[in-house]
Design a protein. Structure first.
Length: 191
């Protein structure tokens, strides 16, 4: 039996809507939920095996996407949010009561500055962009997953139609390399 990757994709992937206008994300508190309003759909939605992203109990991977920073607004109970690790590049804002990560923001010079990281599974609205790929797949080993099970994990992703990478997808890696090349002068800044 294949391991559980994430409850959102274990039984197949539901395609999102291209015209999806956005919606609200909620923490898991029974009352006084933190509410985050997203005013557009997300991009680069993917399964992530890193040790920093929030995962629901029992999941090997998180499902995380990005949205332009200007399209995210905390609309209820912002006082409950706290940054999980202030030394991390991605400042993950989590509910202090239930522990759910509502969004991650980059404040330092970085190729993804201006994009916030979100978990659309925290929404009760359907239509968000579906996961597009799986990133940092080998990282689950660092968290205690038996390396002998990695072929099965990758096969499960393939059966869902998702490519697996041990970094980010090629378009995202190209963005990082382009940012770096512009910063060092290897490429013109206006490219």
């Amino acid at each position: 039996m294949a391991p559980s990757l994430h409850p959102l994709i274990d039984n197949g992937i539901t395609k999102g809507r291209e015209d999806f206008p956005g919606g609200k994300l909620y923490c898991h508190c029974p009352t006084d939920k933190v509410e985050v309003t997203l005013s557009s759909n997300v991009a680069h939605n993917h399964a992530c095996g890193c040790s920093k992203c929030w995962k629901p109990a029992g999941a090997l991977f998180s499902i995380v996407a990005v949205i332009p920073r200007n399209n995210l607004k905390v609309t209820a109970h912002e006082e409950k949010l706290k940054i999980v690790d202030e030394s991390a590049t991605i400042q993950r804002h989590a509910c202090q009561s239930c522990g759910v990560h509502l969004y991650g923001r980059i404040e330092t010079e970085h190729p993804f500055k201006g994009l916030d990281f979100v978990h659309v599974e925290l929404s009760d609205t359907k239509g968000w962009q579906e996961p597009q790929f799986a990133a940092f797949v080998s990282s689950i080993i660092e968290q205690g997953f038996n390396p002998k099970g990695m072929d099965e994990v990758r096969s499960k992703f393939k059966s869902l139609g998702l490519e697996t990478y041990d970094v980010l997808s090629p378009p995202l890696m190209d963005l990082i390399a382009t940012f770096t090349a512009k910063k060092t002068g290897a490429l013109p800044a206006n490219l």
